[in-house]
Design a protein around this ligand. Structure first.
Ligand code: UN1
Length: 524
């Protein structure tokens, strides 16, 4: 069972071939709701450890790839049962380590369980095809083959759900894995790794390297260039994703890149406005705006703009912010000091004099910026006030900059074509939403939106675990996670020609197609 105490001072840096290895150089994970609470002290894996992890995964690959897929999926099922048995404890570790409200943390652990439930039976499918040949006594087949060693770097905001989206299908499909989780979620990653070990994975099939982006992450990227991995998955910023994409391109690989977003929500005059207010507030401020699917631009029809903004601001003013273990908070602290620093930087560099801030100029709660309904430890926590930015137009930098904090923009539109331009022109294409009751408007929206995911009368966030998740443009390279679609990330198609004719039959040449009489004309 997960014991909700510190795995402190163990200096564990890497789990390789079934064993934890320590490192001298340490990194510390702090509770963002109270920075005096040390969640864990871990080691930072250097290039040697990352290379050892990749080598262990390489050694384990042949046997794992040959293990029958239903047996591989059985181990994934064991993992799911362990996660279920530890759901509350794991969610508490997530809340303590990254400050996500407990209800949301429980939801993200449920997302792991849902993903297991979906993929366990994929171990009994992984379908290939039988295909007719153009020649007699010959059969054609396709098989899904595992790709090899899967190297994966994940972000901190969904420290169990997003890794599960990668590793569950990767393992069912027969790949072996090396994981570099976020330095902001070290204890969570420790337990996630332990649960895989207890599920019965053979040694070397799943390996973890802990450490910072500039340290362990940079070593990981050097090893991509050196050919240590056969497939890369990356969830994080567009800037880093672009670099990883370049390195993978040189290594002749197609990575699965899940990057940033500036997700639009359009509110039409015929919409249920109360519903849209609640949807906008959760999309913008749920998880303190730190989801890649969080609301970036709220696009409101001019006819309802002022009334809608008034309702939105009134409701936002009553939001509770504070201790993420309290059930009534909309959001808790930001994930770490780094995220607060970036948020404050955005406030000082992106807000222009023409912008209006009806919730006041946000900032660090307890450090010159108070919030009336606050329940946390303002002195020790990394809490930020929410921001709604009015009067934004497409030319403003804030319109097209991902802010990843409790902040969203409001834009006003007159014609629906203008709303569509506002929804697309920032260049990201991850998630999107529209509130309307008119089917023709929905039709135009879903046909013209460039995002990979759209909600109709619901939030920009909260994708279910069995639909394709991913984006276009600056949000990724078109790869999709989750559901049946992710299998194309973790398998390569193998085409088989089986000739039983006993003679040399050449495709396109030794075929026996029947010629028609092309001079034939119908007499009318
Ligand atoms: C992310 O922020 O990287 O759709 C993932 C959602 C969640 C996953 C977000 N199910 O908001």
């Amino acid at each position: 069972m997960i014991n909700h105490t510190q795995i402190n001072n163990q200096q564990f840096a890497a789990y390789i071939d079934g064993q934890w290895h320590k490192a001298k150089h340490t990194i510390t994970s702090l509770n963002p709701a109270d920075l005096t609470d040390i969640v864990g002290v871990f080691g930072e894996a250097d290039k040697g450890l990352v290379s050892d992890a990749a080598a262990a995964a390489r050694r384990a690959f042949r046997t794992w790839a040959r293990t029958p897929a239903p047996v591989r999926a059985g181990i994934v099922q064991n993992f799911g049962r362990l996660v279920e048995n530890n759901k509350e404890a794991l969610a508490r570790v997530v809340t303590r380590e990254i400050g996500k409200p407990l209800k949301e943390a429980l939801g993200s652990v449920q997302e792991v369980i849902d993903t297991v439930n979906f993929f366990v039976s994929e171990g009994r499918r992984l379908y290939g095809q039988t295909i007719p040949s153009e020649m007699p006594n010959k059969e054609l087949f396709t098989y899904r083959r595992p790709i090899g060693v899967f190297g994966c770097i994940t972000a901190c905001n969904f420290p169990v759900a997003v890794p599960a989206w990668y590793f569950i299908p990767a393992l069912v499909a027969g790949n072996t894995c090396v994981w570099k989780p976020s330095e902001d979620a070290l204890l969570t990653s420790y337990w996630f790794t332990e649960l895989w070990a207890r599920a019965g994975l053979p040694h070397g099939v799943f390996n973890t390297v802990l450490g910072s982006g500039p340290g362990t992450g940079a070593a990981f990227v050097e090893l991509i260039e050196e050919g240590a991995f056969d497939k890369i998955g990356f969830t994080g910023s567009t800037a880093i994703g672009r670099k990883i994409g370049e390195v993978c391109g040189r290594a002749l690989q197609t990575p699965c890149l899940e990057l940033g977003g500036k997700n639009p929500m359009v509110v039409c005059p015929d919409a249920d406005l109360e519903l849209a207010v609640d949807g906008a507030l959760f999309s913008g401020f749920g998880t303190a705006g730190q989801r890649c699917t969080s609301l970036g631009n709220l696009i409101i029809h001019s006819q309802i703009h002022d009334a809608f903004v008034e309702k939105l601001v009134n409701k936002a003013k009553n939001m509770r912010i504070g201790d993420p273990f309290n059930s009534d908070v909309t959001y808790g602290p930001l994930i770490s000091q780094r995220f607060l620093h970036n948020h404050l930087e955005h406030l000082s560099t992106l807000i222009e004099s023409k912008h209006e801030l009806p919730l006041g100029k946000g900032g660090h709660i307890g450090h010159g910026a108070e919030w009336p309904h606050f329940s946390g430890n303002a002195k020790n926590g990394v809490y930020a006030r929410p921001n709604i930015v009015l009067n934004v137009s497409m030319a403003d930098r804030i319109y097209s900059t991902e802010t990843f904090g409790p902040l969203f923009n409001v834009l006003k539109y007159h014609e629906f074509d203008e709303a569509m331009a506002m929804a697309n022109n920032h260049g990201y294409g991850l998630s999107s939403a529209i509130y309307t009751n008119d089917p023709r408007t929905v039709y135009q929206f879903k046909t013209e939106i460039t995002a990979g995911m759209s909600s109709i009368n619901n939030t920009t966030t909260g994708a279910e675990a069995h639909l394709p998740f991913g984006g276009n443009g600056k949000s990724g390279n078109g790869g999709r996670q989750s559901g049946i679609w992710v299998l194309d990330q973790f398998t390569k198609w193998h085409a088989i020609n089986w000739d039983l004719s006993g003679k040399l039959q050449l495709a396109q040449m030794d075929t026996h197609y029947v010629e028609p009489d092309l001079n034939f004309k119908i007499q009318s």
